[in-house]
Design a protein around this ligand. Sequence first.
Ligand code: MN
Length: 232
Amino acid sequence: MPFLFAPPPMPVIPVEGERYEFFPVHRVYCVARNYRAHAEENGAAAPEAPFFFMKAADMVRPVAEKETIKIAVPPETEAFEHEVELVAALSKGGRNLTREEAEDAVWGWCAGIDFTRRDLVREAAGKGRPWTFGKNFEGSAPVTHVRPKTRVPYPEPVDLWLYVNNQKRQSGNTDEMLFDPFDLIAELSRFVTLAPGDLVFTGTPGGAGNVRAGDRIRAGVNGVGSLNVEIV
Ligand code: MN
């Protein structure tokens, strides 16, 4: 093969309960401020339209149901924060999707954590700069294995929650989203051609907060999955 060096491995998420099925991750889109409580805790109003940022596909870390993954505190931050989220996994793409086409594009769902260097996001936002380094760093997107939509209660309202050292830090319900996942996918597809393998992090409820080395996080979305993370 005429590659200059070995091509990077394809990031994948195992399918829950299937030993040999994997969801290949193409791109990772995340919505900002999709729950009023989280917008307000960051001193922002609820947005009139959703807006997005991205993480690289290889920032995704799949975590099995009984596993505890270790994630290191990233460099250059004094405010390393957790955000539990419902994550849509797309097996179809396209442009200008209708809401119905967006529903059809979702293959399944994960629970995930959008880890954030909040101080870098705030500094960038204040200076009108991109959020990239606040959001995109190694291990910044741990997710459960992906569960097919036929085995998930969503879009019925489901609770999402996050504990740090057995203390509840975040709890909310997907019915508190300002824009639901299908509206987010349709909106994204106005700006980019979505593709199979794309993930969409759908935002976090209130209570995003700081973690440090030694903390143990347990987070999940009811009916979708839960994950354990040890901060090192
Ligand atoms: Mn988020």
